[in-house]
Design a protein around this ligand. Structure first.
Ligand code: GLC
Length: 498
């Protein structure tokens, strides 16, 4: 058998002809690099960088809890703790047809939701892909596109042909706009800042509800913007609609954020509005901003610093950048690039495909972690198919272990956020259910278990009282329920005040 070798190369014959060689690794024991031992050594370094001890977690929870309090007490804080004007829980009896428009991180979705009462509903929906250009282009154009998609959807789904909408009738719409907006009422929202890589111009600091209404007018749509909501608030309400034990909602997707129901008397910064102290209001925490700018509390590695520095919003969303799906793949890619530069990985191979920022999707981390084969065939597939790179088993085991470290850190940091809300509200003894949604929560193997494990590391055995569950679709169904609740309040003359 010929001596085994790996990698690819080429040589030129005297005739001028170039011969390319590309051979597979047969026997990894003989390799001058990437042996099990050296990869294991490298792994130890990353283990210490990415591991969070229970003690460190408790320190983070303490700082986090103080930050939440601060945001409730004073306006314009880094974690803004936004009052949403969603008052209290749904009764479960909300009924009727509602439209929901969901502008999240990746797609645009339009839904027609029929609430049937008793926690039941039906939904039909269409997704539209958003291009990178649209995310960066002019904001009004983005809302025009939203209105155009709504137009197409309404024509197909609610036209007279479809038998839903009578002439002259208009449908109430819940607009799930999942970016931090400070609200003065439920159908208003001034965009504080774009997050998740969005950067559409002429939008920050403006009332996006107003901008969107303008676009609706352009298309003369039979639609009334009833409520502007955040996906976390929608998730909170939708989860409670079907599971009344829900007290907190968290999104683990392209971004990461949480909402919960707060006592109005404890939201000092809106004291002047004179809202009934007995009432409750959902708070959109925008916790992704925790530790932004100052970077005092979170354990950032140099890879996190690079992610931050090279983002369109350096300094911002410090917590989110360690957790959300938008960034985890990039963190792992940066570690790989470091090892390429150090001459540890992929020797003799062309790594240009892997050197492109954000080319390593967070879904690859999920896939690597869930690879059931001894040979790690899924990992082979990812590297050969997407990056034209050959890997040794030792390298693949290292990649998988690295994914685990990064995924686990994200989950444990998430536990810290949840624990801070639990502390703030005193939910530990009685326990509570946390509705969770987003690609990371739904698709990343073991993510939920790691969050639960983190809660126990923070709270000890009592941590078991806090349980996450897969939430109902907050941006669609939740949005519709909130539109229904708002319509009910308006009909009862309760708009703005309690
Ligand atoms: C980002 C947004 C926030 C949203 C979250 C999840 O953190 O700022 O509004 O809830 O992503 O989509």
């Amino acid at each position: 058998m010929p001596a085994s070798r790996r990698g690819s190369g080429s040589f030129t014959l005297t005739t001028g002809q170039t011969i390319a060689i590309h051979t597979r690794t047969q026997d990894e024991e003989d390799l001058p690099h990437a042996t099990k031992k050296t990869m294991a050594d490298h792994l130890r370094k990353y283990e210490s960088l990415f591991t969070l001890t229970p003690q460190r977690m408790r320190m983070i929870v303490e700082a986090f809890t103080e930050t939440l309090e601060l945001g409730l007490n004073k306006p314009n804080q880094i974690v803004p703790m936004i009052p949403t004007y969603v008052f209290g829980w749904p009764t479960g009896q909300e009924k009727g047809d509602f439209l929901a428009l969901d502008l999240g991180g990746t797609n645009l979705r339009v839904c027609l939701v029929t609430l049937q009462g008793e926690g039941k509903f039906e939904i039909s929906q269409t997704k539209y892909r958003l291009s990178e250009e649209q995310k960066q282009d002019d904001g009004q154009k983005l809302f025009d596109f939203c209105a155009e998609c709504l137009h197409t959807f309404v024509e197909t789904n609610t036209g007279e042909g479809a038998g839903q909408l009578k002439p002259g009738q208009s449908l109430p719409l819940g607009f799930t706009f999942s970016y931090p907006c400070s609200q003065e009422r439920i159908d208003h929202g001034e965009l504080i800042r774009w997050t998740k890589g969005f950067g559409a111009g002429n939008t920050e600091g403006r009332d996006v509800a107003e901008m969107f209404k303008k676009s609706l007018e352009k298309y003369q749509l039979p639609i009334k913007l009833t409520a502007l909501i955040n996906d976390t608030t929608g998730t909170l309400i939708a989860s409670h609609y079907v599971n009344p034990k829900t007290k907190i909602a968290v999104i683990f997707g392209t971004g990461c954020n949480a909402a919960y129901m707060e006592r109005v008397k404890d939201i000092a910064k809106i004291e002047h509005l004179g809202i009934d102290h007995g009432a409750e209001m959902a708070i959109n925490c925008e916790w992704g901003a925790f530790d932004s700018f100052e970077h005092e509390h979170l354990p950032r590695t140099k890879y996190d610093t690079i992610v931050d520095d090279t983002s369109n919003k350096p300094g911002e969303q410090a917590f989110e950048k360690l957790i959300s799906g938008r960034y985890l793949g990039e963190i792992l890619r940066l570690v790989l690039c470091e090892l390429i530069d150090e001459g540890v990985l992929f020797l003799g191979q062309n790594t240009y495909k892997l050197e492109k920022p954000y080319c390593f999707d967070t879904a690859f981390l999920s896939l690597m972690e869930s690879d059931p084969t001894d040979e790690l065939l899924m990992v082979i597939g990812i590297f050969t198919h997407f990056f034209a790179l050959e890997t040794t088993l030792a390298e693949r085991q290292f990649f998988r272990a690295l994914a685990k470290l990064i995924g686990r850190r994200a989950a444990r940091l998430s536990s810290c956020g949840i624990a801070a809300i639990v502390n703030k509200m005193g939910y530990l003894e009685e326990g509570c259910s946390v509705g969770a949604d987003g690609s990371l929560y739904n698709k990343y193997p073991g993510f939920a278990d790691r969050v639960h494990e983190g809660l126990q590391d923070i709270f000890g055995d009592k941590g078991r009282n806090i349980v996450t569950h897969h939430a109902e679709d907050g941006s669609g169904v939740g949005s519709a329920i909130i539109a229904a609740m708002t319509k009910h309040r308006k009909d009862a003359g309760l708009y703005l005040n309690v």
